[in-house]
Design a protein around this ligand. Structure first.
Ligand code: ZN
Length: 237
């Protein structure tokens, strides 16, 4: 007797998920094709490009094997961004809950380390939690799937270097000086925002010149709400 090897209720494919969500968001429009790829991304969990009626989807291998509902959440978050719409809160929550599961975080941590990360002090300081602030800033200013780099505080409270982004290790380090009871949160927000812009804007090389703060970087920096106040506060420190 022949045993059936494919289940009659076989799971929807990744292409199918993106096709269906796209169709819902565009009120019935259909894509010619979805090109789905898995990449060793660590800075983002996924990216989309719409070329005509072909949707190119690239997803990090860290999430490619997640349950179907999580991949659907990913589809909603990415496609809503494409349509400039707010992603449904329950999908965002579902995605975050999955990413916050202990075993998922552990796996990601291990993969990052094997891809050449250094150990950084945890995001939680005495007064400020950089992980929380990162989430707030990402939701307000950046891509919804922007992956968290390593976040930490410097060992010594440097005055001249309040924050830096370490490309080699994909880590944002803030000066321990900022983790104090008299430091306004807006000041910490601003420094972290600036460093997050380094994730978004890669260094430009023109000939032998290396530009870290490009024009596009500076333009984005001006979008920070309370920029003037934040800069004033930092002078007072
Ligand atoms: Zn900078």
């Amino acid at each position: 007797m022949q045993v059936q090897t494919t289940l009659p209720w076989a799971e929807e494919t990744n292409e199918g998920i993106f096709q269906r969500v796209y169709c819902e968001l565009s009120r019935g429009r259909k894509l010619a094709r979805v090109d789905f790829r898995v990449k060793p991304y660590v800075n983002t969990m996924g990216k989309l490009h719409l070329r005509g009626d072909v949707l190119e989807v690239a997803v990090s291998d860290l999430i490619a094997g997640a349950p179907a509902t999580v991949r659907e959440a990913l589809a909603w978050i990415l496609l809503c961004k494409l349509f400039r719409r707010k992603a449904p809160a329950h999908w965002v929550l579902h995605y975050r809950q999955f990413m916050n599961r202990r075993e998922v975080r552990r796996t990601h941590q291990a993969v990052r380390q094997s891809r050449g990360r250094k150990y950084v002090s945890g995001p939680r300081g005495e007064y400020f939690d950089l992980g929380e602030i990162f989430d707030q800033l990402r939701d307000k200013y950046f891509e919804p799937l922007m992956a968290k780099p390593q976040l930490g505080w410097s060992r010594r409270p440097s005055r001249w270097l309040l924050g830096h982004f370490d490309h080699a290790h994909n880590a944002i380090i803030l000066s321990k000086l900022l983790d104090g009871p008299d430091v306004p949160k807006l000041a910490v927000d601003y420094i972290l925002y600036h460093e997050m812009l380094h994730l978004k804007h890669p260094v430009e090389h023109r000939g032998s010149r290396r530009r870290v703060h490009t024009t596009a970087f500076r333009e984005d920096e001006r979008l920070f709400e309370g920029l003037k106040e934040a800069k004033e506060m930092l002078k007072q420190l």
